[in-house]
Design a protein around this ligand. Structure first.
Ligand code: NDP
Length: 393
């Protein structure tokens, strides 16, 4: 039996808490803390079992430590924002709590996300006998596990990896993002980066695209992006020669994005406005729909997975592993759309595998470094069934 503290009561936090509540045989106690306690209480009021809620500023380490000492969690699942990764990792070390997140650290003032800052905690976590599990969402997260599972059971080496993320959901609004708008827009407006033979090749934002026929969905336009799991997979998957990440965008989304960029609304530096400073992307976030509000209106499916080329027993082999998720089915189950669902379920599973000891070991780990089998099994049991298919070479 374990005690879990979830930090962040947004779209993903809602799903993590509801999914933890579905596993009472593991999570005997659930705490939920976020900046706005009313959001935690609204989630708590709609659950079949009691949880404890609190307000916390997740950038304030002493406040976090006091909260952890009071709630006494074994594991903390952090699904607030990437800016809070390091203070929460510090607090977990001080309070003696294991740590799980879904997005790597990003400083507020530079759109630069990389694992270096969090990998630097490895020594301290090992010395303290604590575990930090990084990137336990869908991508990063499940995509890392799909790759590790394919390598364990189907390949001797994976040479080429394409991670494909298709959201064919329609919320009927002119423009909205499916997770935190600030983080989402920083990600998609960054330069593309792919891993090629041991080095990183950069491309202009959204300049490389092609059509891909997704299982269960059909043809969609996919765009090359940089995504954080490429960094850890390039480091941890031996033999990998090329790794790329692709995401679908509708023509409508791109039209709005282009205008917002051209007028400076996606800028992350402060600009003077009426005697004070504002950051345009933060103001834009206040105008855009809250991703959690898209749940009841989103229809359609997501398909996210890994398409791989490698060798088995000296013969070239190609295969894919993916999940298809239905927005409306997610809403019926947990009152959230599929992007929050596909992130929240793996965050719960990561927390569960750490808390039960199946994955627990001292240090800082990315998902592909751990045995993929218990995670793949849990995906099928907790709402994200996957398909694996061999393809023609
Ligand atoms: P939301 O914006 O909906 O929720 C974020 C929550 O964090 C809000 O409740 C917010 O509080 C809270 N928060 C923000 N700052 C603080 C703070 N200083 N202290 C305490 N709480 C704070 O985001 P999502 O739920 O959509 O996304 C959550 C995380 O999941 C993000 O880090 C995102 O990058 C990650 N993600 C990962 C994916 C993956 O596949 N790996 C995919 C999608 C998302 P308030 O309500 O008061 O604003």
């Amino acid at each position: 039996m374990a005690r879990v503290l979830v930090i962040g009561a947004g779209g993903v936090g809602n799903v993590v808490v509801r999914k933890c509540a579905q596993v009472p045989e593991v999570f005997e106690y659930i705490g939920l803390a976020s900046r706005t306690k009313a959001k935690c209480d609204a989630i708590a009021a709609d659950l079949p079992r009691p949880i404890e809620t609190a307000a916390v500023d997740a950038e304030n380490v002493p406040e976090l430590v006091a909260l952890m000492r009071r709630m006494k969690p074994d594991v903390c699942i952090h699904v607030a924002l990437p800016y809070q990764d390091l203070p929460i990792m510090d607090a977990c070390l001080e309070a003696g709590v294991d740590y799980v997140d879904t997005a790597n650290y990003e400083p507020r003032d530079t759109a630069r996300f990389e694992y270096a800052w969090q990998w630097a905690y490895d020594e301290r976590y090992r010395a303290a006998g604590r575990m930090a599990l990084l990137g336990s969402g869908f991508d990063p997260g499940v995509t890392n596990v799909f790759t590790a599972w394919a390598l364990k059971h189907h390949f001797d080496e994976i040479h080429e990896l394409d991670i494909l993320d298709c959201n064919a959901g329609d919320h009927g609004l002119p423009f909205a993002t499916n997770f935190n708008p600030e983080i989402n827009l920083r990600e998609v407006t960054a330069r593309g980066r792919t891993y090629e033979d041991g080095r990183w090749v950069e491309t202009d934002p959204l300049s490389v695209h092609r059509t891909f026929d997704f299982p269960g969905i059909g043809p969609k336009e996919i765009y090359l992006l940089y995504h954080e799991e490429l960094e850890s997979l390039a480091r941890h998957i031996p033999g990998l020669r090329r790794a790329r990440f692709w995401m679908t965008f509708s023509a409508n989304y791109l039209k709005h994005l282009e205008v917002l960029q051209n007028v400076g609304m996606t800028r992350i530096d402060p600009v003077p406005f009426q005697g004070r400073e504002i950051v345009p992307i933060e103001f834009l976030k206040a105008l855009l729909p809250d991703p959690a509000s898209l749940g009841p209106r989103t229809k359609g499916k997501t398909c996210i997975g890994c398409w791989m080329l490698g060798v088995k027993d000296g013969t070239p082999k190609r295969m894919c592993v993916y999940n298809i998720c239905d927005h409306e089915a997610c809403y019926r189950e947990v009152k959230a759309q599929a992007i929050s669902y596909t992130t929240g379920v793996p965050a719960m599973i990561g927390g569960l595998l750490v808390a039960t000891g199946a994955w627990r070991r001292p240090g800082v780990f990315n998902m592909e470094q751990l045995d993929p089998d218990p995670f793949m099994d849990r995906l099928n049991r907790h709402g994200l069934p996957w398909e694996a298919r061999e393809l023609a070479v």
